[in-house]
Design a protein around this ligand. Structure first.
Ligand code: PEP
Length: 257
């Protein structure tokens, strides 16, 4: 099964509009038309419009980092799927920072994934265990639960391109922003034995084999290729290293190789 790799940059709460414009202008020449890899940039909400206009006509996709599940209403401070679908094709959902600092539950993530589908967005649904889970051998249970509850009741059909409009990012929390990446072999094992087998139970093996599953957690220009040679790792969700043009291009090149 050949899945087109995908590399997504999560800028988190960084970059003014001017900084975002500068960074994207630096990245576009190195990312544009790079074949064999899908490229996604996820700036903060405030920079989406500016980045969208710089990416117009390119093959680089835009994503948001979060959204609410309702399409509109009295939800002060929230941004709806309908709003972000004006600019974006992708949306990161259930990132561990949302779960940890903003109390997002698996049920919230589930509502958001459904809402993303309803508005034609491709969710990048994040799952991953804490350090405590990892050290007490609960990784499989936690990740299995997050995949199952996050996708509970959600059905989808393969679109015309035959690529499922769902991406999962396996991100061990202890590896995010710490410089301590999981070993590529361990990440591959969790994706094969937990994520993809949960997807197979939910949707059947054929669809499970087509869904892209990324690894995230301290991926950089140096270690990226070691993840991408693994059979079950279809790219990366990149935080810190996506804020440096040369490094993000290097990671994208490694995925395309
Ligand atoms: C992330 O924010 O999803 C992430 C993986 O961050 P970092 O690459 O900095 O570990």
């Amino acid at each position: 099964m050949t899945r087109i790799p995908l590399v997504a940059g999560n800028w988190k709460m960084h970059m003014s509009v001017a900084d975002a414009r500068h960074l994207v202008s630096e990245m576009v020449p190195g990312l544009q038309s790079k074949i064999g890899v899908d490229k996604v940039i996820c700036p903060p909400f405030t920079a989406l419009l500016a980045v969208a206009s710089l990416l117009e006509g390119s093959d680089i996709h835009l994503g948001a980092q979060n959204m609410y599940w309702e399409a509109a209403g009295a939800y002060t401070g929230e941004v709806s799927p309908k709003m972000i679908s004006e600019f974006c094709e992708y949306v990161i959902l259930g990132h561990s920072e949302r779960r940890a600092y903003f109390n997002e539950t698996d049920q919230d993530v589930n509502r958001k994934v459904q809402a993303a589908f309803d508005h034609g967005l491709t969710p990048i649904m994040c799952v991953g265990e804490t350090l405590e889970d990892y050290e007490s051998n609960r990784t499989y249970d936690v990740v299995f639960r997050q995949v199952n509850l996050g996708l509970n009741g959600i059905e989808f059909e393969l679109g015309e391109s035959n690529v499922p409009n769902l991406v999962i990012a396996y991100e061990p929390i202890w590896a995010i922003g710490t410089g301590r990446a999981a070993t590529p072999q361990d990440a591959n094992r969790v994706i094969a034995e937990v994520v993809r087998s949960a997807l197979a139970e939910l949707y059947g093996d054929n669809i499970a084999q087509k869904i892209r599953v990324l690894y995230g957690g301290s991926v950089n220009g140096e270690n990226a290729k070691d993840f991408f040679v693994q059979s079950e790792i279809d790219g990366a969700l990149v935080g810190g290293a996506s804020l440096k043009a040369t490094e993000f291009i290097q990671i994208t090149n490694a995925a395309a190789a």
